[in-house]
Ligand binder design. Sequence first.
Ligand code: T46
Length: 141
Amino acid sequence: MNIPKVIIPTYYENGEGALSVIEQYKQLPFSIKRIYYIYQVPEGVKRGGHAHKKLQQLLFCPYGEIEIILNDGKEKDSVILNSPSTGILVTNTLWREMVWKKENSVLCVAASEEYNEDDYIRDYEGFLDFVKAEKRKENLL
Ligand code: T46
């Protein structure tokens, strides 16, 4: 599965730390309507277990290590996020799970839409039906 990586430009100051920047039209194919971050998650905990009807997101882990497991209804793949300067784009029709590999890891998310519980697909069989329906629509275009 092709999981699109996003390089986040990072400026290293001599002995004074680093600064990373995300600008919506340079690094992202969508405009950012919401930012959220997930933290204080104990090591080994798995979150997620859903897909979205519309939402596009950039995920990155500026501190710690988090495994992102993605499933498009046919294939499953995973990627480790552990850098402030690399993120991934997660499109709507991907079933996602996030596993905290290290205590104190922080997952940051820039999202294309405001929060809307109706956009979530939380039932796996419903997700497979949604993917099939989307494919059918694409073939009709
Ligand atoms: C996703 C992955 C990567 C809100 O009220 N507003 C928000 O913007 C969000 C994201 C969540 N919430 C509430 C809804 C739940 O009561 O926060 C609670 C925890 O949300 P959830 O169980 O959906 O969290 P995760 O970690 O399973 O999933 C989250 C995002 O919800 C989801 O869109 O792609 O992170």
